[in-house]
Design a protein around this ligand. Structure first.
Ligand code: ZN
Length: 136
């Protein structure tokens, strides 16, 4: 499936750099003791930026829901239709969600509740992105 190529900015660059090292990190506000993803310039709770740091995750999560796209507005994805859109809750904090097409899992046969693990795919020269696969 063709995937968007990340364009890191000052806020997201640490995340994408970590992906290139096959590490999944999320922001952590040390003041609020809360995690956040996707990366933002400041904490969504306290609004401060100087308490934000990065926290390495286990790279594991649980499938909490999904939908199926039959008719995407993105032309490049039409050859892949229909496809799964899976919501994954991060093991360390279920409020943190990632999205995946869950390659290899048949359309509309997503095992909700199953454990998934991150892996990293190269989408362009030297840039890896997170993808997820079911672990038994
Ligand atoms: Zn905060």
């Amino acid at each position: 499936m063709p995937r968007p190529i990340p364009v890191p900015d000052a806020t997201s660059k640490p995340f994408w750099d970590a992906c290139n090292e096959k590490r999944l990190i999320v922001q952590h506000c040390t003041y609020c003791d809360r995690k956040q993803f996707p990366p933002e310039p400041e904490c969504r709770e306290c609004g401060w930026h100087f308490h934000l740091s990065w926290l390495e995750t286990s790279g594991r999560g649980t499938i909490v829901g999904y939908s199926v796209t039959y008719e995407s507005r993105i032309q490049a994805w039409h050859p892949e239709q229909p496809f799964n859109n899976v919501i994954i809750a991060l093991e360390e904090d279920p409020v943190i969600n990632f999205h995946s097409n869950l390659p290899g899992v048949p359309v509309d046969e997503v095992p909700v509740g199953a454990t998934v693990e991150v892996e990293f795919l190269e989408v362009t020269d030297g840039q890896l992105i997170p993808e997820w696969r079911v672990v038994s």
